[in-house]
Design a protein around this ligand. Structure first.
Ligand code: SF4
Length: 312
């Protein structure tokens, strides 16, 4: 019975993939997928990456249509950087709770309290917040971006955990907003201690969106892309992974001979998993839902994103 159901699903996915190929050609579309997407989406993507790589790709692609398989703020960044292109997202309910933890009024109040500070915003934020920002960053380039800013005082939004990590790598004073990623913040010291006891030969690689005390336990700390690179090049054969579960797809693809254990079963972002192959095909068929950013907001937000892309 189970075998029959699996066979049916495989057949359905085959049909969906064929339809997707046809639609992609018709719409002159490119499919960008974040590393936290379901395997069935990463498998059909033209390009997989973290927020930074995907933003770069959106800015440089020749395709007329960008299908952004990720969460809403990522689709917004693509639209801001490629305003003349149609940007689709498979399910518009794919939001980011961390991005929603900061609002424009609150940020303006903080700016008024610190008139000499520059605002550095993690790319995991809405277009409206980016429009209030001097420069954006991702977890790959946060320290570089902060150190490039012409001010000793920085308002940092919205992730307090990444802010804490960055503060340890810069002499600048960070005024840190109290947001956090519900998924990464779930990982505790106890989880890591238990996994280490279970897999004593494994290295622990961790994303800086995790709590500071968890990050402090890492054998390696870095963005999703940095974790992928590290695991690929390390001589270790076994890893405990402290970032979102979807990363397993690329980790196993890069190093099929290595073992990856996720530090807890709770490292799954439900928002990222709202998208699936069926919705991806449907959005290309109907050309909906499309990402819209009001032009006045987009123009301001673009400056903060483009400044980030220029930091070497
Ligand atoms: S993993 Fe965290 S930061 Fe990323 S989309 Fe999900 S909730 Fe937002």
């Amino acid at each position: 019975m189970e075998a029959l159901a699996l066979e049916r699903k495989a057949e359905m996915n085959r049909e969906l993939r064929e339809k997707l190929l046809r639609l992609k050609k018709e719409r002159n579309a490119i499919i960008l997928a974040h590393y936290y997407q379901r395997d069935e989406i990463q498998e059909v993507a033209d390009f997989r990456g973290d927020s930074f790589l995907l933003a770069q790709k959106a800015a440089s692609t020749d395709a007329e249509t960008i299908v952004f398989c990720g969460v809403h703020f990522m689709g917004e960044s693509a639209k801001i950087l490629a305003p003349n292109k149609t940007v689709l997202i498979p399910d518009e309910r794919a939001g980011c709770p961390m991005a929603d933890m900061v609002n424009v009024d609150g940020l303006r109040k903080l700016k008024a309290q610190h008139p000499n500070a520059k605002v550095v915003t993690y790319i995991n934020s809405s277009a409206e917040i980016k429009a209030e920002t001097d420069i954006c960053c991702t977890s790959s380039n946060a320290v570089k971006v902060i150190n490039s800013v012409d001010s000793d005082e920085i308002i940092w939004v919205p992730d307090k955990n990444l802010g804490h990590y960055v503060q340890q790598h810069t002499d600048k004073k960070l005024i840190i907003w109290e947001g956090y990623c519900n998924t990464h913040d779930m990982l505790t010291v106890k989880d890591v201690v238990e996994m280490r006891a279970k897999y004593p030969n494994a290295e622990f690689v961790v994303h800086p969106e995790c709590r500071p005390e968890v990050v402090a336990m890492g054998d390696f700390v870095g963005s999703t892309t940095a974790i992928l690179e590290y695991c690929k090049n390390s001589s270790s054969k076994e890893f405990i992974v402290g970032t979102e579960d979807g990363t397993g797809y690329q980790l196993r693809k890069d190093s099929p001979d290595k073992s990856f254990h996720f530090a807890t079963k709770f490292l799954v972002c439900p928002n990222m998993k709202v998208n699936n192959l069926k919705k991806l095909v449907k959005c290309l068929e109907t050309m909906q839902p499309q990402i819209y950013v009001p032009p006045a907001v987009a123009d301001k937000a673009r400056t903060s994103l483009e400044r980030m892309l220029q930091v070497k």
